[in-house]
Design a protein around this ligand. Structure first.
Ligand SMILES: Nc1ncnc2c1ncn2[C@@H]1O[C@H](COP(=O)(O)OP(=O)(O)O)[C@@H](O)[C@H]1O
Ligand SMILES: [Mg+2]
Length: 275
């Protein structure tokens, strides 16, 4: 209750764009972030706080910049040749675009799960063990086993795979593969998990399992999810950001965005007038 009041007070005294906070307890802060692909200005001056311990969802019509902005948060855009990012993105107050930042390390701290499950062509065990091995997180085989088991457990997959750890990850069902990818992200002890439409290739039952999992993970990780499903955003997130044509139009508590949007573009989108 008190915490909510503090947040409200901060938001009303905010001098930055609507819904973002000048004084902040944010895990990640993007300030006037712009992205160009060649001449195309795909993301325009986006200022947004991502809070710890919450699920934040990005919604908006196809092509509005959701994935582009998500990729700014762990420098995945670095891998796209034509892409230029400007502005500031801080995690725990530290500029993640500082040349001193180790990008491999950053992407372990800010993990990512993609639209299409993409397990490595390796065993279930090795899919999870891969990251910890690279980052030297286990001193011996017992410790590595422990990380693999714990990660699968946290991703809600252990019971289904514990008797076939050496089977290929690609042999699992789509929903299981996506939970394997979540386990793989968890294995390197991330602080933030970014998910880009993680359920769009899954059936409703597999989707429900991932949504449940997201809700469980929120306690220990800061989660950002891009979704084209407003129902999904309403179900899984505490905070929702609406994008349109590369701009952040509005951000707020999920309930407020879906019941009482401030901006008429948001209203149009959530009532299905465009999308
Ligand atoms: N690799 C790329 N090269 C050139 N343009 C891109 C690339 N990725 C995205 N875009 C363009 O940037 C805009 C935002 O795309 P994107 O972030 O993928 O939107 P969303 O995820 O909301 O559907 C779109 O106009 C898209 O065509
Ligand atoms: Mg996208």
């Amino acid at each position: 209750m008190e915490k909510a009041n503090v947040r409200e007070a901060r938001e009303t005294t905010s001098e930055t764009p609507e819904g973002t906070t000048a004084v902040t307890d944010a895990k990640i802060q993007a300030v006037r972030t712009n992205v160009h692909y060649g001449d195309k200005h795909a993301l325009k001056d986006v200022t947004l706080d991502i809070r710890a311990g919450e699920v934040t969802s990005f919604i908006g019509p196809s092509g509005c910049g959701k994935s582009t902005f998500l990729r700014c948060l762990n420098r995945m855009n670095d891998t796209i040749d034509s892409c230029r990012v400007s502005g500031t993105v801080r995690m725990d107050g530290e500029d993640i675009y500082d040349p001193k930042i180790d990008v491999v390390q950053l992407r372990a701290r800010v993990g990512m799960v993609f639209q299409k499950p993409n397990p490595f062509p390796k065993s279930i065990y090795d899919n999870i063990a891969y990251g910890p091995r690279i980052h030297g997180l286990a001193a011996n085989k017992d410790e590595l086993d422990e990380i693999v088991v714990t990660s699968l457990e946290k991703a809600g997959l252990l019971a289904e795979v514990k008797d076939r750890m050496e089977a290929p990850g690609t042999g699992l069902s789509g929903g299981q593969q996506q939970r394997l990818c979540i386990a793989r992200a968890i294995a390197v002890s991330p602080e933030v998990i970014l998910m880009d439409e993680p359920c769009s290739a899954l059936d409703p039952i597999a989707t429900a399992k991932i949504e449940e999992l997201i809700d469980e993970l929120r306690e220990n990780y800061t989660i950002v999810i891009v979704t084209h499903s407003m129902q999904q955003a309403a179900r899984v997130s505490q905070r929702t950001a609406f994008f349109h044509l590369g701009e952040l139009i509005e951000v707020g508590d999920t309930e407020q965005i879906f019941t009482n949007p401030r901006h008429k573009l948001t209203q149009g989108y959530i009532t299905g007038r465009f999308g």
